[in-house]
Write a protein that binds this ligand. Structure first.
Ligand SMILES: [Zn+2]
Length: 149
């Protein structure tokens, strides 16, 4: 990667140098050429400043995109732990099979687009309805005839 700050330091040196030469020489041709060189150095300096600004913008965009990518990967890893299933009660919900940190549970498919994986809670009612504590959506998870024997 080009070190723009180091290039700016070099250009500043050249600017000072051309001013110094102009101060030494009184010959018209040398002065004309020195002025032209100083003008070119000024143009390069301005371009470098522009590039430095663009570089800072690109670095910021890169940082933002890296954060978004990391967030998307984190979400995908969480979502990959669930699969869409049809329950005994007929509801279509997300299912987590359980692991060392989670008991097996169902999660709310309505909250998934908001990147929330909310475990459904058993209402404890005879018809087997579970509810999402985040959005309140009811799901017929358990089969009614098998629930209370
Ligand atoms: Zn929900």
């Amino acid at each position: 990667m080009v070190d723009i700050a180091a290039a700016v330091v070099s250009i500043n040196y050249l600017r000072d140098f051309t001013k110094w030469v102009r101060g030494l020489q009184k010959d018209a041709d040398v002065l004309t050429r020195t002025n032209a060189a100083e003008e070119k150095v000024g143009e390069v300096y301005d371009k470098l400043q522009e590039l430095r600004g663009e570089n800072l913008d690109l670095l910021e965009q890169n940082r933002v995109l890296a954060e978004r990518l990391r967030a998307a990967e984190d979400w995908k890893a969480k979502r990959d732990q669930y699969k869409l299933v049809k329950t005994a009660g007929g509801a279509t919900v997300l299912h987590h099979g359980g692991d060392e940190r989670n008991v097996a549970h169902h999660a709310c498919p309505a909250c998934e687009p908001k990147q929330l994986l909310v475990p459904l809670q058993d209402r404890g009612v005879a018809n087997g309805v579970h509810e999402c504590p985040a959005c309140g959506a009811p799901y017929s998870v358990d089969a009614v005839q098998n629930r209370w024997g």
